[in-house]
Design a binder for this molecule. Sequence first.
Ligand SMILES: Nc1nc2c(ncn2[C@@H]2O[C@H](COP(=O)(O)OP(=O)(O)OP(=O)(O)O)[C@@H](O)[C@H]2O)c(=O)[nH]1
Ligand SMILES: [Mg+2]
Length: 504
Amino acid sequence: MTNASTPDFDLSAELDATRGWDDSGDSDIDLDDGFESGYAEESDLGEDPEVTTGDQDLAERYALRRVAGLSTELHDITEVEYRQLRLERVVLVGVWTEGTVTDAENHLAELALLAETAGSEVLDAIYQRRSSPDPATYVGRGKVEGIREIVQATGADTVICDGELAPSQLRNLEDRLKVKVVDRTALILDIFAQHAKSKEGQAQVELAQLTYMKQRLRGWGGNLSRQVGGRVAGGAGIGGRGPGETKIETDRRRINTKIAKLRRQLAAMKGTRDVKRQERRRHHVPSVAIAGYTNAGKSSLLNRLTGAGVLVEDALFATLDPTTRRTTTADGRVYTMSDTVGFVRHLPHQLVEAFRSTLEEVADADLVLHVVDGSHPDPESQIAAVREVFAEIGASEVPEIIVINKADLADPLAVARVRQREPHSVVVSAKTGEGIDEALAMVEGELPRPGVEFSALVPYDRGDLINRLHQRAEIDALEHTADGTMVRGRAHPDLAGELASYAV
Ligand SMILES: Nc1nc2c(ncn2[C@@H]2O[C@H](COP(=O)(O)OP(=O)(O)OP(=O)(O)O)[C@@H](O)[C@H]2O)c(=O)[nH]1
Ligand SMILES: [Mg+2]
């Protein structure tokens, strides 16, 4: 791939569109290397975290992680996007704008889980009450000094802010805190990058990362062009700034080229999945999608319901690749059940976009099993966050059953409260098996039912037809007679059509 400019690239338009990126109060900020500031030098990721289950996937995942961390080779623009965040000893910082203290603490507890999932050790967590984040420094300017003291006292090497920050905010904080500062979006992208296993998953994550990086480049570019004017006028740093801008343009072009290539690859991969999905549709195989907040127990539930054997881990975003399993109802009808990527509060938009084709599985399903962790301190907010993503991916209209999981751990009062708000729900434990039969019965009851009634005498040499009836129709009565199989029930129009010649 050369650096030839891509048709969709227009520097001045990009700069115009990003004028607002650099919020007030940072025009005095030195620009030295804001672009790479959130990303670590290529280096060892340290000890492998402890393996929580004997699952091979897990072992592979950690092995992969180590290899990625040790690699010193930088290819192409991977210099930009593939350096993993080397998050080791971190301080978390949040701005609390609404809700109760408990909400604020829950949010930081979640940020801590995310940070640990990414492989870091959380040393301290601080939040500040403000009507809105400070445009220049996220937390109030006066608080930055206090955070710097905490950073120094704890020996942290990274600060993670609980939001999506403008590039200028990250840079300002780094300037003052003297350690690396990253935002929640970069953290989540990093977890996804560590967990992506399939080619499609990796391409999706890469696309999301590049989109994120490109936005950071924009901020820098916009700022830089203004700075260049000032500096040129003042006669300072002329030589130093020129190549910088060239590099941005080159980087931006390479990023655009790479993004275009990834989109093409993803479109091709989507094609394969679409074919499979159409095949299922054509055969009227109903599909159930398991969706919900990350770590709610979606994969455990799929395993419990179908014996799928997919990866289960006490980690956020353990599953990125959708798994679809064929299964049957108690009366033998075939349907599919898919596990999918977990959601989170403020799921980065870049990820929703990049994972759109995967998430279409949910929008396209006949039924959604919305799994919620009943033992979470605030299951209602998880439900709300998941429904926001449903709305974004066009899945709001799909019939939904709320599956309140982890009943073995949950406070019965909290479960009762959720049930009251969500009457169309079932309480289960994927761990103990409690409630699983009830959940299955509910699913079977809500699968789309074939609508055309039939009554036929099928000759014995049409065993194939009887087989298909078992799998795809609902059979009310079946009797073996001297002349063939007498069968009565309901089928989809195509199958009912095939039976027409045997109708009685
Ligand atoms: N006690 C208890 N733990 C459960 C139950 N269901 C799942 N877990 C645990 O919760 C953690 C997450 O389970 P997963 O099935 O991986 O959750 P998931 O929703 O697929 O998570 P992601 O793929 O990371 O979004 C694992 O440690 C499971 O063992 C349950 O009913 N009770
Ligand atoms: Mg999972």
